[in-house]
Ligand binder design. Sequence first.
Ligand SMILES: CC(C)(COP(=O)(O)OP(=O)(O)OC[C@H]1O[C@@H](n2cnc3c(N)ncnc32)[C@H](O)[C@@H]1OP(=O)(O)O)[C@@H](O)C(=O)NCCC(=O)NCCS
Length: 183
Amino acid sequence: MTRIPAVETKRLILRELSEDDFEDIYEFKLDQKVVEYLTWGPTNREQTLRSLRKQIAFQNEENRQIFVLAVVLKYTNKVIGNALLMIRDQDFKTVEIGYFINSNYWKQGYGIEIVNGLLYLGFNTMDIHRIYAVCDVENAGSVNLLSKIGFRQEGHFIKNLKVKGQWRDNYLFAMLKEEFKGL
Ligand SMILES: CC(C)(COP(=O)(O)OP(=O)(O)OC[C@H]1O[C@@H](n2cnc3c(N)ncnc32)[C@H](O)[C@@H]1OP(=O)(O)O)[C@@H](O)C(=O)NCCC(=O)NCCS
C-alpha cells in the first residue's frame, strides 16, 4: 500500500498531506503547548516545510512504513492537526499511532474522532492486528483520550524518551483488532 484512502468521521476528514496544507500545519507546529510532551519542536517555517515535504515523499515509497495525514475540519476545510500511522512490525501487523491538534481546537472531542479514524484505517483498511500509542505519563489529554476510547494500558516505561532535554516516563496503550467497536 502506498497512498491511503481518506476516512471521514462526523466532523473531520483524515487524508493524505499536500504542500498546500503548510500554513495550517505551521500554525500548530510552532505552538509550545502542542509540542510540550513531544520529542521534537517547536519548529520554524523552514523546518516545518522540510518535514512536510519529507512526509509527502513517503506517499510514493514502495514499502511505505509511515503515513502522516492531514486532519481537516469539514465545515471550514482548515487543517487542524496531524494523524500518524507508523508500521512498526510488518510480519506481526503492528502499528503505532500519533496525533496532535491545533490548541485552539482542544477539548471539543476532535481527539476522539481522530483516534477512531486512525483505528478504522488501521484495522479495517490496512488489516492491522495491534495498534499502540506511547504517551507521556503527565500528558493528561492523551491519557484520558486513549482510556476513553478503550485502549488498554499495558506498560509503564521509565525514562523512555528525552523530551526538551529531560528523560520522561511513558505509558504504553494498546488495542487489538477484535476490540475495535468501529467508527
Ligand atoms: C492530546 C490531544 C490530542 C487531545 O485532543 P482533544 O481534542 O483535546 O481531546 P478530546 O476533546 O477528544 O478529549 C478526550 C478526553 O480527554 C479529556 N482531555 C482532553 N484534554 C485534556 C487535558 N488537557 N486534561 C485532562 N483531560 C483532557 C477530555 O475531557 C475528554 O474526556 P471527556 O470526554 O471524559 O471529557 C491534544 O491535547 C493535543 O493535540 N495535545 C498535544 C499533542 C499531543 O500531546 N499528542 C499526543 C502525543 S501521545
